[in-house]
Design a protein around this ligand. Structure first.
Ligand SMILES: Cc1cc2nc3c(=O)[nH]c(=O)nc-3n(C[C@H](O)[C@H](O)[C@H](O)COP(=O)(O)O)c2cc1C
Length: 245
């Protein structure tokens, strides 16, 4: 393997960061790829039945109702609701050898994604930035400073951050996966984060709350808010949750 090939993941991470003076990355190919793939000549096409109109609220209704919601009321989230959201994103559900298996899957069970919270409005949890300790199932305060304005600005001014009851910030720790997957690890970090984000969406929907994930942010500003270096650990994804009007 050439040196260049070896470093492609690190260069990718650096060169796709958003900075204040440039959103980086350029634009994609001029010709857009079709958003859907179809096989009209397939030998067999089986229509998927429509969902039943009635029935108890459950998994299928939750999946069908999930939407990105960006407008929230000032209503407080209960701690029980926050506990359920945290369980959905990274709750430990089984022990297998040395691995703590979670609600969200992870490539090689290496779990390179960490969860931080910016708490704006949650019962019994003072505002501030917290780290979610998975083993202890606890929130570790990083700073009690009110950084909602800063995080909103870091998310390209997206108002839903300041309006949310809580913002989840997910980081990737490449070293947890790179030893096994080398540069391919970056793919898995983003895939893992995607699973986690979807679980947050579904949990919030099931609880009757709104959620929207966020990929547009100034990386180093978010990193500095949660106190990570942007290299050994770097923000990869965020998600806001709040009560719906
Ligand atoms: C990786 C990713 C990044 C996203 N980033 C943002 C974002 O920065 N701001 C935003 O308003 N929505 C964001 N969204 C939400 C999408 O805009 C939304 O999923 C899409 O419009 C489809 O709508 P739906 O989620 O309601 O089905 C993101 C979604 C994903 C999966």
């Amino acid at each position: 393997m050439t040196k260049k090939t070896k470093e492609i993941g690190d260069r990718y991470q650096e060169e796709t960061k958003y900075h204040r003076d440039s959103l980086g990355g350029g634009f994609g190919p001029a010709e857009r790829t079709a958003p859907f793939k179809e096989y009209p000549d397939a030998q067999s096409i089986i229509p998927v039945p429509a969902l039943p109109e009635t029935g108890p609220a459950g998994f299928w209704e939750t999946v069908a109702r999930r939407r990105s919601e960006r407008d929230f009321t000032a209503e407080t989230l209960t701690l029980q609701e926050l506990a359920l959201l945290l369980f959905a994103v990274q709750g430990v559900t089984a022990k297998h050898g040395g691995y703590l298996l979670r609600t969200s899957p992870s490539a090689g069970a290496l779990y390179p994604v960490e969860t931080y919270l910016l708490v704006n409005n949650v019962e019994s949890v003072a505002g501030g930035v917290y780290h979610y300790n998975i083993i202890q199932n606890s929130l570790e305060l990083i700073t009690a400073a009110d950084l909602a304005k800063e995080l909103t600005a870091a998310a390209l001014g997206q108002r839903m951050v300041a309006d949310s009851a809580v913002t989840f910030i997910w980081t990737g720790i490449p070293g947890r996966s790179k030893w096994k997957y080398h540069e391919r690890a970056y793919r898995y970090i983003y895939l893992d984060a995607g699973h986690i984000g979807q679980n947050l969406y579904l949990a919030a929907t099931a609880l009757g709350m709104g959620c929207c994930t966020i990929g547009a942010f100034f990386d180093e500003e978010v990193n500095s808010i949660i106190g990570v270096d942007g290299k050994q650990e770097t923000a990869v994804y965020m998600g806001v949750v709040g009560k719906l009007p």
